[in-house]
Structures are given as structure tokens and as C-alpha cells.
Write a protein that binds this ligand. Structure first.
Ligand SMILES: [Zn+2]
Ligand SMILES: [Zn+2]
Length: 348
């Protein structure tokens, strides 16, 4: 079967083509489902903002390795001894991480830090998952939007960590796919003065469509002054940083209200340290700062809510698996909120 694979590690945007990371289709054997496992015929796999970082070598994996973790598909084969009622023909999405359930972290409600987690590349014709990774897609969720269960689960996990209360002032920094999904979820929840900070005008436009009340360009607008105007001088009660940009990470500290919750949802450069004045921000302001690492315990809830989200703009650009290079080129232009790869035709 065909698997989109990183065959050379490197910055995908390196001006020197010799140094750039390279993605190619490799041919590998299809695995046979063992006990508790299901073989999924992949319909769609979306490119994640983290994929170029993985190809860039952030995890130190040795090439070649398969990529892709935001997928939907149809169960093609099931192994023996399933505990759930998953069967051939079921339409599924889910969690790309197969956790062990037995280690210290799995048995203490921190399965995101499982010591034995494994993952199979999902930008492929088939992927082998444990049944517990799968969630069935509701009938009204097509496979094309179903592949967004994983990124939406990140937004759900970010919501979990906000401890948000109805009517609080909320800012989202970064209008990429996760930021836009978070805007929609926060809007459903009921925030006041929902604000997006994003330099790209097309993404600010989408944010307004998804329920943002204010949008600002953090590079040209005086975000501190605007924040004080909007929030009667108090700042934002809930601040989500989704851009992964250090300057944006720092701006949020300044525009947070007293006792605000700051959730850093993105993957930041490994050598970046956030400057934080502990007297001003923790003693005088009691800021509550946290992060998000993948999305444990969110998938079945995400499947229940995803049908209420507007995912048309996030699923508009689709490339076939054979054109995975072109798909990554399109992703790297930053012109599209999301790029999908269709791994098998004619699956609905
Ligand atoms: Zn992702
Ligand atoms: Zn574990």
C-alpha cells in the first residue's frame, strides 16, 4: 500500500532545495489486524500544522517514516476478540495514539504521557488501529469532515483546560485551523467579546463568520489599547494561544485579566523561554498558565459535537494521495486554512 513518508529530514521551507525536507509515497505491506485491532481503509487525512515540524526533525525520528494523524476511514477488516461493537463498514475517525492502559500515566488519568504509546502513519491507504482508538462518526458527519475529529479534539481539550465560565471575555491568538475550531466551540459555549488576533486578513474574515466579535492584526493594531477598551480596562479572562509564535505568547500575558486562565495550545520552538515577571503576573495577577499536549479523553465528546461546527472552509482543498508533495506545497503557502489528502477515492 501507499504511505506518505518523510524520506529526508529538513526544514520544508529552506531556501536551499538541497536542505529541504522531502515527502514521498513509499510502498509498504498492509498489516493484518490482531486481537483487538481493526484495519481502516483511510478516506481522508488532513495535513496538520505540526507535520512540517515532524518532517523538520523536531522529534528526532530517523527517515524514512510514514506521516499523518488526522484521518477518517471505513473499517475494512477486524481482528479477533474485539470488546466493542465495531464492525466492517463502520465509518470512523479517532485517536492516532495507541496507549497501553497499564503504565503509571495511563492508570493515573494522564494517558497523553503513556510510556508505551505507539502510532501508525495515517496518510496511507490503510492504517491499523486498536479498536479503542476508533470513534464512530455520526450519520450526519461525512468522512471528509470526519478527518477533522483529531484537530477538533485538540480544540476540545483546550476548552477543557480553560475552565471557562459563560460570559467571560475571551481572546484567541492565532487563526489557524485549531484557532478557528476553538472560536466556534467558545462561541457555542457563550463567551463575551470573543476576539481573534491574527495577521492574515482572510483568516480574520473567517473568524468573524464563526462568531468572533472583534478581530485585530497583532502586527499593526495596538492590541493592548484595544483590549482595555473592549474589556473596561480588565483584560481577557480566558486567553488561548494557538499560533505558536513567541511574540504572540508574550502579548497574551500583557492582555490577560487578573486571575485569567492562559492556555498555550501550540507547539513552541524547543529553545524558546517565555519571559514572565513573577511579581507582576503571578503574585499581583494570579495568572493561571497551562498547556495542551495532544487530546486524551476527548474523542467521543468531539464526535458528538463536530456535526454542529462549520467545517466547509477547512475541507475545501483536497489533493489525491499521489499528489502529496503538491498538497504540502499548498499547505506551506499558508493560503488555505487546511489541506486534505484523499487516501482512497469513492469512500463516503
Ligand atoms: Zn494534528
Ligand atoms: Zn500507558
Amino acid at each position: 500500500m501507499k504511505v506518505a513518508s518523510a524520506v529526508k529530514i529538513g526544514d520544508m521551507k529552506d531556501p536551499d532545495p538541497e536542505k529541504r525536507g522531502v515527502v514521498e509515497i513509499l510502498d509498504v505491506p498492509v498489516k493484518k489486524p490482531g486481537a483487538g485491532e481493526v484495519l481502516i481503509k483511510v478516506a481522508y487525512c488532513a495535513i496538520c500544522g505540526s507535520d512540517p515540524h515532524v518532517i523538520g526533525g523536531i522529534f528526532g525520528w530517523e527517515p524514512p517514516f510514514g506521516i499523518g494523524h488526522e484521518l477518517s476511514g471505513v473499517v475494512a477488516e477486524v481482528g479477533p476478540d474485539l470488546l466493542t461493537d465495531i464492525k466492517i463498514g463502520d465509518r470512523v475517525g479517532g485517536n492516532f495514539r495507541n496507549t497501553c492502559g497499564a503504565c503509571y500515566y495511563c492508570t493515573n488519568a494522564m494517558e497523553q504521557y503513556c510510556e508505551n504509546a505507539t502510532e501508525e502513519p495515517g496518510m496511507a491507504e490503510y492504517v491499523l488501529w486498536n479498536e479503542k482508538q476508533c470513534v464512530k462518526l455520526p450519520d450526519d458527519v461525512p468522512l471528509k469532515t470526519g478527518c477533522l475529529i483529531e484537530p477538533t479534539s485538540i480544540a476540545v481539550r483546550a476548552m477543557d483546560k480553560t475552565n471557562i465560565k459563560i460570559g467571560q471575555n475571551v481572546v484567541v491568538s492565532g487563526g489557524g485551523p485549531i484557532g478557528l475550531l476553538n472560536l466556534q466551540l467558545i462561541n457555542i459555549y457563550g463567551a463575551a467579546n470573543l476576539t481573534l488576533l491574527e495577521p492574515n486578513p482572510a483568516r480574520r474574515e473567517l473568524a468573524l463568520k464563526y462568531g468572533a466579535k472583534h478581530v485585530f492584526d497583532p502586527l499593526t493594531d495596538d492590541v493592548r489599547a484595544e483590549t482595555m477598551k473592549i474589556t473596561n480596562g480588565h483584560g481577557f479572562d480566558v486567553c488561548l494561544e494557538v499560533s505558536g509564535i513567541p511574540s504572540a505568547a508574550e502579548l497574551l500575558v500583557d492582555i490577560a485579566a487578573k486571575c485569567a486562565r492562559l492556555v498555550y495550545v501550540a507547539q513552541y520552538p524547543r529553545d524558546y523561554n517565555l519571559p514572565l515577571n513573577l511579581y507582576d503576573q503571578l503574585y499581583m495577577k494570579e495568572l493561571d498558565i497551562t498547556g495542551v499536549f495532544v487530546s486524551p479523553y476527548t474523542f467521543s465528546r468531539t464526535a458528538q459535537i463536530i456535526g454542529r461546527l462549520d467545517l466547509g472552509d477547512l475541507t475545501a482543498v483536497v489533493y489525491p494521495l499521489d499528489q502529496v508533495k503538491e498538497a504540502f506545497e499548498a499547505h506551506l503557502t499558508g493560503k488555505y486554512p487546511k489541506v486534505l489528502v484523499q487516501c482512497n477515492p469513492n469512500l463516503e
